[in-house]
Design a protein. Structure first.
Ligand SMILES: [Zn+2]
Length: 609
């Protein structure tokens, strides 16, 4: 579908900064000691970062919105550009477009034309090029809706079973409920047009794959005004001001500086618990009635933040929000700058809405497992504050970079909090299991360091990036010792604060000492070569069933994916029937029966010699 708009465009070339795009007032979202130094740490000129002004009006039922958006852009490509491309990533992962461009009004008197070659791309063709360093202001009107997620889907059991069906069902990868409503909670990420990535001097208008994290990873500032019905609470990336009454509605202004994304969660029944970690307010938000999980999430986030500040360096923002959100489709949590969302499935009783068979499969301690997974997911997402938020990386070309470090951060959290033995167990059950699940399904070991688009499917992506890659850091720490290992991590964060770290820069730093050759050998072994089976062992099906799977991305899905392969209703019934046989027995024979019932390809590899 192609939609064309004629519009007027302003080229405010070399004009003095207008009041509304002066980002200094937005710096309030940074800790006092960070406000002076962060602007000097970014690549290039901090004054050239894009500023997005958003006036968002969310409907009373939290299911639709209108948005007036102004983009203040400075051409930092180093050459004149005759077009600008904006991306709406919510549309890239949704089966049908959620966000629609209504009009684009540009200031001044030059003409330009906007086209939407795909639902997730807005191309502005300028009647005259914007010179290097020149500025452009674009005003957009949009309307949108939130995908509706059935609350029955947001339990651990339901998500686990869904993962099983997804194997053959053709679920679009990346459809995580980023822009969705469920049970009175609106979760809004990737909902507004942002500047596209630029590669080799060209705007990227489409993505080779929608697995993993979409987004441009670039820094920007956001100044948002969010209007909601009275009584609706708004939690967002950045610093929220106290709500103002505007007519019969409430307006919350949000200021966010030096962020790589902007998102918010809104709802009438959001409860809050808060704790200070130094000068950072750590806030846990959850649906009323889920206090135990909300308190656990707060506890995990506060502990993780304190630990990561010791290990990696200072956290820059005044707030860290950990927010329950109706994430589905394999996502356990999603990271944003100064905010993380954590899937509702980790807050609700695991067997809610009919999870009996899965509870039987997992041996009855699903609740304990859910709590352990919640902590690890929270720690992973808080880890992303440093590995993505502070230290930037290219999440499309080198997705292992931030994901493996966030996974490793979660492993450090468990070790610091509960000791080495439990860390080893959780690593096996929540990290390594992703690799084992991948192998059980007959997917080969492979290179870790490659673009998202070069992974065959979510199983391979999860297995290699989340399951295998974090073990590189276990190996490096063993060779370097704690002092050199953590010293290098801290130096690396300091060197690349609010910049984009080259994918191997950390290892070059670790290789400066006497163990350079061993460091390089390990990096090659884990990132480029295929020794996973030798290094991580063969999958043990009983053990895999005894544990969860998949940390951030897949949680139980990895485990169920390992069982899948068939995935139609009949196979599912076979699985559930077979589970009845396993309940008291606990040997692998019943399991073999159910795997046969599923009859998927790849399982031969598991059961064969
Ligand atoms: Zn992650």
């Amino acid at each position: 579908m192609r939609v064309r708009f004629a519009l007027w465009l302003a080229l405010s070339l070399a004009a003095p900064a207008a009041a509304q795009d002066d980002p200094a007032p937005l710096y309030a979202s940074l800790r006092a000691e960070e406000r002076a130094r962060v602007p000097s740490q970014v690549e290039g000129d901090a004054a050239a970062l894009p500023v997005y002004e958003l006036a968002l009006e969310l409907s009373d039922d939290l299911r639709s919105f209108t948005l007036e958006e102004t983009v203040h852009w400075t051409n930092d490509a180093g050459r004149p550009l005759s077009s600008v491309v904006l991306r709406v990533w919510a549309n890239a992962v949704s089966p049908s477009p959620l966000v629609t461009l209504v009009s684009a009004r540009c200031e001044g008197n030059a003409t330009c034309e906007a086209t939407t070659p795909s639902p997730d791309a807005i191309v502005l063709r300028l009647s005259q090029p914007v010179p290097a360093g020149g500025r452009l202001t674009v005003r957009l009107s949009l309307r949108g809706r939130l995908a509706e997620i059935d609350p029955a889907r947001t339990t651990l059991a339901a998500q686990g079973l869904e993962g099983l069906g997804a194997l053959s069902g053709g679920h679009g990868a990346g459809d995580y409920g980023l822009l969705a409503h469920s049970d009175g909670v609106a979760s809004m990420a990737s909902f507004f047009p942002v500047l596209a990535r630029m590669r080799g001097g060209l705007w990227e208008q489409s993505d080779a794959s929608t697995m993993g994290d979409l987004g441009n990873d670039a820094l920007s500032h956001v100044d948002a005004r969010v209007r909601v019905a009275d009584g609706v609470r708004v939690v967002a990336v950045g610093l929220e001001e106290p709500p103002l009454v505007v007519g019969d509605r409430t307006e919350v202004r949000v200021r966010a500086a030096f962020v790589r994304d902007f998102a918010l969660v809104a709802g009438r029944r959001l409860a809050r618990r808060e704790r200070s970690v130094g000068s950072v307010a750590v806030r846990s938000w959850f649906v009323e009635g889920r206090e135990a999980a909300g308190a656990r999430a707060l506890d995990a986030a506060a502990h993780a933040l304190a630990l990561f500040e010791r290990r990696f360096g200072p956290y820059p923002w005044t707030q860290l929000d950990v927010v329950e959100a109706p994430l589905v489709g394999g996502a356990g949590g999603v990271e944003f700058s100064s905010m993380v969302t954590i899937a509702t499935m980790f807050y609700r009783p695991a067997g809610d809405a009919g999870g009996g068979p899965l509870a039987a499969l997992l041996g009855g301690d699903l609740e304990a497992r859910r709590e352990a997974m919640l902590e690890m997911v929270v720690a992973h997402e808080v880890g992303h504050q440093f590995w993505h938020g502070v230290v930037g990386s290219d999440s499309r070309e080198h997705p292992f970079q931030d994901e493996a470090l966030a996974q490793y951060a979660a492993m450090l959290y468990v070790e610091d909090r509960y000791g080495a033995a439990r860390a080893e167990r959780e690593t096996r059950e929540q990290v390594t299991s992703g690799y084992h699940a991948m192998r059980l399904m007959g997917r080969p070991d492979g290179r870790v360091d490659r673009p998202v688009s070069a992974f065959a499917d979510p199983l391979s992506y999860g297995g290699l990036v989340y399951g295998k890659a974090p073990h590189l850091y276990v190996a490096l720490r063993r060779v370097l010792g704690d002092r050199a290992f953590f010293g290098a991590l801290r130096e690396h964060v300091a060197a690349y604060r609010f910049r984009t770290a080259p994918p191997r820069a950390l290892y070059e730093r670790m290789a400066r000492g006497p163990r350079a050759a061993r460091v390089r050998t390990l990096v090659t072994r884990w990132l480029d070569q295929t020794h996973g089976d030798a290094d991580l062992g063969q999958a043990d099906l009983g053990r895999l069933l005894g544990g969860g799977a998949g940390g951030d991305a897949a949680a139980l899905r990895g485990l169920l994916d390992a069982l899948g392969g068939g995935g139609n209703d009949a196979a599912l019934r076979g699985l559930l029937d077979a589970l009845g046989g396993r309940r008291g027995g606990g040997n692998d024979a019943a399991l073999r029966g159910l795997l046969d019932a599923l009859g998927g390809g790849g399982l031969e590899g598991l059961l064969g010699p």
